[in-house]
Design a protein around this ligand. Sequence first.
Ligand code: DUC
Ligand code: ZN
Ligand code: ZN
Ligand code: ZN
Length: 478
Amino acid sequence: MSTVLVKGGTVVNATGAVAADVLVDGEKIVAVLEPGSTLLGSDLAGSADTVIDATGKYVIPGGIDAHTHFSLPFGGTQAVDDFDTGTRAAAWGGTTSVIDFAVQRYGERVEDGLAKWHDMAGGNAHIDYGFHQIIGGVDEESLKAMEGLVDEGITSYKLFMAYPGVFYSDDAQILRAMQKAREFGLMTMMHAENGPAIDVLAAQLAESGKTSPYYHGIARAWQMEEEATHRAIMLADVTGAPLYVVHVSAKQAVAQLAAARDAGKNVFGETCPQYLYLSLEKQLGASSEEWGDFEGAKWVCSTPLRSEEEGHLDAMWQGLRTNDLQMVSTDHCPFCMKDQKELGKDDFRAIPNGIGSIEHRVDLLYQGVVDGRITLSRWVELIATTPARMFGLYGKKGVIQPGADADIVVYDPNGHTSIGVDKTHHMNMDHSAWEGFEIDGHVDVTMSRGAVLVQDGEYVGTKGRGQFLKRGLTQYLV
Ligand code: DUC
Ligand code: ZN
Ligand code: ZN
Ligand code: ZN
């Protein structure tokens, strides 16, 4: 087995930072050697096959993006990153594990939906991957199938309170699924928006001629998110099942989560980079020569972008500081403008919902450190450690320590990253939701289980090297 020494850097974990060399043997970290260390391993370090110089840089656990949608069929089309392009872009941005959503649609067997996702990922992923299971139709058969998920290494599943006729579950279905989840230890992930009410509001707007992308966010009002979040918390509470609310964007939803957590409930919240940085005002003001005011379609996602003036963006950062929000995932769901977003040119309801950010999550959150919004250790906790604990991967992933997988990123705080389609852009979309963003930091090296994927601005990873992660139960319960 070949050995690699990552030398001279500052190792940053969720628990703190220390100057240390990291010794890798094969796929594992075998030693974290502080200067003057006489531990076993020092000799080995002297004779490492490869040395990576990390002087002046941070050595951090590889990012874990716990919310992606590769090849998701949605809105009459399909998300354009697959397990090949999506995980490659992830590696470029310092992410070494993803948890993607396998889809079961109404009328389809859960086992078949899952098998399809294994087929799509196997032989294509560049980094390690796990699955959550979307249950798109809660009935006797899918409830029975939920019983087998933990043995498959799938310890979380997702329901939708939105998208009637597509993925939607009503309260009775949600309650029954949560009872099953409670019995088998599954984490319930919830898309918490009142879909039936939103669809009425959206139809009324469209019928009165308000058809531009901005009205997507008006229809999906924060009240619809607050109400659904509250309902999900109550349904979870009555069943005793833990609850994880995905893509939180409304400050009122954060308040619901905070109140539940203050009461000691196992309720968790995830936000996304778009809710930290992009706003409804930005979307309203967006216009380009090519797309006119349809430019705003680039930022049509659900939950929608919220008003910065009303304080939603600040509330997301605040939630991350207080741990009322524990997670930041991308909800990577990329659609091109041409032929895809364009489907909704005359009616925002037909714009496929989604933003692609998998390449930029580690950088965008690092900018939060530079801007004084979060600490360095909180950054690492958010990008790697909490996702690992939340979804049953911690120890193997999410930490720089002996015995962990050698998923390591060398991050340069003196480097710089300019985001844009003609600059850093390896996602499969014809635009970037992050065009023009400047990051005061840079991913220099990405290593996955001991193999370098990105170094010196070059991609040297291998399609198909990524392995399926059979996950354990959540390690985050109170
Ligand atoms: N939100 C999105 O933005 N895209 C896909 C599904 C979702 O809930
Ligand atoms: Zn969702
Ligand atoms: Zn999603
Ligand atoms: Zn650099």
